[in-house]
Design a protein around this ligand. Structure first.
Ligand SMILES: C[S@@+](CC[C@H](N)C(=O)[O-])C[C@H]1O[C@@H](n2cnc3c(N)ncnc32)[C@H](O)[C@@H]1O
Length: 263
């Protein structure tokens, strides 16, 4: 993929706009993954955020943004995403069930906001950024958005994900996604197929997997202290399906959680 400047994310935006009509269906097909594999580490790391101001970056159609407001009690809450189509869906959900969330179309690498927040979240963002310059630009903006001693909590492509250990059929059948490529090295391309769709409707996203040390260095340079958290399976998931059901996923998760604290 071509190296791009800090304001040019047209191809990512177009891809999300184009797939917006099946985005919600794809999310529904990944419900078991979200509930038992991804949510536990997100919500445990966030802890009690009741009454705290929160901005959800790369918020998509507001799937998590609404939960941060409704289930966690964060207030006020704002959502920002590159895709006008997904922001329209988020606003439509807000119109159907008002929670007081404000949405805005915007690119994280160039976002200009005067407001400051207690919590910044991004459930999958950094793997759409194209290199050190863009990641540093985004983290500098996130640093500006945060109040002192506050945190950025983000899900991120697992730097140690191993394609050879990834059982595509098992993952697609149980969790509604699979990977078909994972190039080694910093910035190595991952080919991700979310939603568990059959060939004719399949979505394919190209993501970049960044190494821990590389991200940690950029974070420290902009004034953020990194802490990585491994995903874990919910107690309900273990009770309902048993540990074996999750064995392939747990030994080789697609994502990790990165918590960056502003000192
Ligand atoms: C996998 S979706 C995740 C959406 C949402 N966080 C969720 O988990 O349901 C990734 C989102 O990142 C957004 N995105 C990618 N690059 C971005 C950027 N530079 N600025 C803002 N949003 C971006 C895309 O438009 C897309 O909605």
């Amino acid at each position: 993929m071509e190296r791009r400047g800090t304001t040019d994310h047209d191809d990512v935006q177009e891809q999300y706009d184009e797939t917006a009509s099946i985005f919600e269906e794809g999310m529904a097909r990944m419900a078991l993954y979200h509930q038992h594999c991804q949510d536990p580490v997100i919500f445990r790391t966030l802890g009690d955020i009741s009454g705290k101001s929160l901005i959800d970056l790369a918020c998509g159609n507001g799937f998590y943004t609404r939960r941060f407001r409704k289930d966690c009690g964060a207030d006020p809450v704002m959502g920002v995403d590159l895709s006008p189509m997904l922001i329209s869906q988020a606003e439509a959900a807000e119109a159907r069930e008002p929670l007081g969330i404000e949405y805005r179309v915007g690119d994280v690498t160039t976002l200009e906001l005067k407001r400051r927040f207690d919590v910044v979240t991004a459930i999958h963002l950094v793997h759409y950024l194209q290199g050190e310059e863009e990641i540093e630009a985004a983290l500098r903006r996130i640093h500006e958005l945060l109040r002192p001693n506050c945190r950025f909590v983000t899900m991120i492509a697992n730097p140690e994900f191993n394609l050879a250990k990834h059982d595509q059929q098992d993952s697609k059948r149980k969790f509604g996604y699979y990977f078909s490529d994972a190039q080694p090295g910093n910035g190595g391309l991952l080919r991700f197929h979310p939603g568990g769709f059959e060939k004719e409707r399949e979505m394919t996203f190209e993501l970049r997997r960044w190494e821990r040390g590389f991200l940690d260095d950029i974070a420290r340079r902009v004034g953020l202290t990194p802490e990585w958290h491994d995903p874990f399976i919910s107690a309900e998931g273990l009770e309902e399906h048993g540990a074996d059901f999750f064995a392939n996923y747990v030994s080789n998760p697609q994502s990790k959680l990165l918590e960056l604290t502003k000192s």
